[in-house]
Design a protein around this ligand. Structure first.
Ligand SMILES: O=C(O)c1cc(=O)[nH]c(=O)n1[C@@H]1O[C@H](COP(=O)(O)O)[C@@H](O)[C@H]1O
Length: 224
């Protein structure tokens, strides 16, 4: 089984991102570049990271009116990420237009409910019911919209996978047993996430903030 871990290189520092990616490259399946990295380094930085030869997951969580998201996806042409994120709560038209604007080789996946939110946070945004229900509602919407999959926590991936057997499931907010949780609120171990149907795992700080990122990545792999 090819390596299912994408390491989240959440740093504005291009050289640091390159250094970590080079150290862990034999123990991950790809690298994820998100808002912090892209705000600091933009297209140039993504291109530079692409030269390492690892698949790139570009995580911008695009969320706007359909036309704006479609134009943003078009503006990313030439970067060819293997995965690109949008927010499911942008609605069906936005999801459809994002997918239509994306290169064929790019999986467009919809973030359902951020793993940093719990039921109380959700209620405060005006969504009644449990996180679990909201994730399934947004999974349904994503499936209907023709995107390739969703992002959800390991607590929901089993139910989401049952709802969408052909979907692609990105599970972040995973932590080695008794790992530091930080701002994540809905966390499972990498092994549990895979057991419950995750297609890929996103791991950031447990690797990037480890004394020895290489050893940390290897240790996580040893549990899979
Ligand atoms: O789309 C994501 O990757 C994402 C969605 C989500 O609900 N929660 C979440 O943590 N992420 C990302 O996954 C990574 C998690 O990082 P760590 O908490 O450091 O492992 C970060 O880059 C987040 O932006």
């Amino acid at each position: 089984m090819s390596n299912r871990i994408f390491v989240a290189l959440d740093t504005p520092d291009l050289e640091r991102a390159k250094a970590i990616a080079t150290r862990v490259r034999h123990h991950v399946g790809g690298i994820k570049l998100g808002l912090e990295f892209f705000a600091a380094n933009g297209r140039h930085g993504v291109r530079e990271m692409g030269e390492l030869g690892l698949p790139i997951f570009l995580d911008l969580k695009l969320h706007d009116i359909p036309n704006t998201v479609a134009k943003a996806v078009q503006a990313l042409r030439g970067l060819e990420p293997v995965i690109l994120t949008v927010h499911a709560s942008g609605g069906q038209a936005m999801l459809e237009d994002a997918k239509a604007a994306a290169p064929t080789g790019t999986k467009v996946v919809a973030v359902t409910m951020l793993t940093s939110l719990d039921d109380r946070d959700l209620a405060a945004t005006g969504v009644t019911g449990a996180a679990h229900e909201q994730v399934l509602r947004l999974t349904e919407l994503a499936m209907k919209s023709g995107v390739d999959g969703i992002v959800c926590s390991g607590e929901e991936v089993k139910a989401a996978h049952q709802l969408w057997p052909k979907g692609f499931f990105v599970v972040p907010g995973v932590r080695p047993a008794n790992g530091v949780v930080g701002d994540q609120k809905r966390v499972v171990t990498p092994r549990q996430a895979l057991n419950h149907g995750a297609s890929i795992l996103v791991v950031g700080r447990p690797i990037t903030q480890a004394e020895d990122p290489d050893a940390a990545a290897r240790a996580i792999n040893a549990t899979l």
